[in-house]
Every structure is written in structure tokens, then in C-alpha cells.
Design a protein. Sequence first.
Length: 301
Amino acid sequence: MSATLAEPIIWYNEDSASPLTVSKPAGFASGQILVAVIHQHAPSGHVTDLTAPTGWTQVTGDMTGANSQGRVFYHVYNGSEPSTWDFPYYTNADTCLALLRISGADTTPTISLTTANSTSVGSTFDSPTITPAGTDDLLICTIGDICDGNTFAVTAPSGMAAATSTQIAGGFMALAGSTLGLSSGSATGAKTWTSISPTGHDGGSFSIVVKSAAAGAAPAFVAGTGPGRRRLLSSARFARGQRIATPPPAAPPVPPTTVGIHEPRRLRGLLARRAESFQPVPAQVILPTPPITQRASSCRR
């Protein structure tokens, strides 16, 4: 099973009102993960203000620029999610967030990233090369631009899905994203964004790979939660009961030449042992009548 987007990227933006509240997607379900990519327009040194809500984990690697920073977080479905999560950021920042709901991912999970940033984004900009963990990972590329009062526009790298984006009202912080299902474990090479507008402002990019679940992998179940676990355990108990009830191989028949009518004790023992495997010991055993051997008559005529 390959990691794929379960729905289009969900976008959020907010201006100077930390934290940014993100809603749980309606379709979020067992075996899925969420990935959140967050960029902020803030002074250097404030990347540490981007922290993970409860239940989320940061992917190692920060995007740090003079006036823009970013981090990536993920969450694996566990069945006890709240309806919303709060993502803190620098108090006075413009902030944009991309939320990706992914199916078919390794729910361990295995996610890695590389970053690039610039104090002067041009009309083209590269999301850096990254090497996936598998041969069918999902590649996510994002680009952020502080825009400085200008409407944002961009074209996705060649071969990737069409870019979607969000921007703070008034033409400030903007963030765009695109995805690609990979078919090789080789390095992706740089993915080049084109037709970027405006230019000459701080910005940066992430390249992120999400490892797919192994072929034929079982769905993820979380201990202690939900009716699915009860059904799973009930099935296991039923299966164990069936195995216990399966009779052992039949005992070999009693050789007719080894047990005679004059050996009742041994016969009863053999029958009892056979009865342990098949059925209750019969209440009555009827033995065949032994043949009558005629002796030669000694009477004389």
C-alpha cells in the first residue's frame, strides 16, 4: 500500500493571534497519519516558538531564515483525538499551516525532511533533493514567502501535483504545497518551483518524504481503544477455541491378533485411551462371538 493524500491539502493562516487552532479532519481514521507544515514570518531566533500540540511529534529539521522559519509535525491516528489542536507560534508573527491527511503510510512512522531558505527568493526556487526510505514513498514539497504586501503566485515543480496555497490577508506570509507519489528509492533531485511572485523577499522550502506501509501490512490497532479492539480480541479467542476443540489424530485400530477375549483388562484400557480422543467411553461394549472350533468326535459308531 502506497502513502497517498486522502484529501486535498487543508490550509490555515493567522496573523498575530497565537496559537493557531486546527480542526481534526472529518475523515481521519485508523491507519492514517496527519502531517502539519507550519511557516511563520518572524525575527531570527523564533523557530523555537513553533511547538507541537499534545499528541504530535516534530520531524527533525528546522527551516531557519532571517525573517521566516518553519517546522514539520506529525500525528498518528489513535481513536482518542480531540476535535481541535492548538499550534503555538511567535506572538507577533504571520503564520501559515498546511495540514495533510495521509493514507497508506507506515504508521511507525518514517518521515524525513530537508530544508532550504533564502533572504531573497527569486522567480524560481528549489525544494532540495531528498532520499526516500522506500521505493513508493510520498514526496511533499512546500514553499513559503513573506511577500511583504504582495499577492503570491507560484507554479509547482514539473511532474508534481498542481500547487495549492494560502496567504495572510493583505498580501503577507504565504505558503504553497505540492505532492508526488514516488516510484523509486533513489534521491529525488531538486524540485524547482517556477513563476514565483513576488520576488526578493525572505522565504524557504521543505522537501518531506513519508514512507509507505509495507505491502500486505495489517491495519494499525491501538491497545485499549475502540470497538475494533474488542472485535479483534473476540476473534482471537474464538480462533483459539476452535483450535482447542479440534480433535487430535485418530488412534490406530486395535490389532485383532493382539487382544483376545481372555484379555479384558488390556482391552478396556485400549478402549478408554481411544475414547479420550473421540467420544465418551461407551456404556457397553459388545464383543464379537469367537469362532467355535469343532473337535473331532471320539465316539465310535
